[in-house]
Write a protein that binds this ligand. Structure first.
Ligand SMILES: [Fe+2]
Ligand SMILES: [Fe+2]
Length: 183
């Protein structure tokens, strides 16, 4: 019985901590997420059913959680995570302009430029945004937080692409229920 009580207490604490993390994250990143130019990312599809804003939110949250656990700069990591793909166009079928390389190489710097037009961006945040595609972009990261986004960006992208297949049935079911007025 004592063991069970301890486990219940442990689970309760975990949930409380998770809620606190969520609150802190929202407080930390709210002003960035509510910026009109950042919200423009919602207009562009990114992976499968996920738009650029949603993808950036995913990356930002994982950056925050991981850096917080490691005692690294969670604030810079969360902010740069939300801005790392702020290139503001639909990259599907995008044709490089004169002298430009492919989207994969160019978009980190475009995102950084857009981020700078809205916020003060520190050197570390700039590093996280501009090198999140490493090793595709050859220059190695200067900050340990940049290595975190290299992982979270790829992880989130893979999950978002997989979501198309894994949740297909649920989406069809929800759509049918909605059509029948039962949801
Ligand atoms: Fe990107
Ligand atoms: Fe990304």
């Amino acid at each position: 019985m004592e063991y069970l009580n301890k486990r219940v207490e442990y689970i309760k604490n975990k949930h409380t901590n998770r809620d606190k993390d969520k609150e802190e994250f929202v407080k930390m990143i709210g002003y960035v997420a509510n910026h009109e130019k950042v919200k423009e990312m919602k207009n562009y599809n990114h992976h499968s059913y996920t738009n650029c804003f949603e993808h950036s939110m995913h990356v930002s949250y994982y950056n925050y959680i991981i850096c917080k656990k490691l005692g690294w700069d969670a604030k810079a990591s969360a902010k740069a995570g939300l801005l790392h793909d702020m290139f503001l166009y639909d990259w599907h079928g995008y044709k490089p302009q004169n002298g430009e390389r492919l989207h994969g190489f160019e978009h980190p710097l475009k995102s950084l430029k857009n981020a700078r037009s809205c916020f003060n961006i520190t050197e570390k945040e700039g590093d996280i945004i501009s090198k999140h595609m490493f090793p595709l972009t050859i220059t190695p990261p200067k900050y340990k937080e940049t290595y975190v986004i290299i992982m979270t960006d790829k992880f989130c992208s893979a999950c978002e692409v997989m979501d198309r297949f894994l949740n297909k049935k649920a989406r069809v079911r929800n759509k049918n229920l909605k059509a029948m007025g039962r949801k």
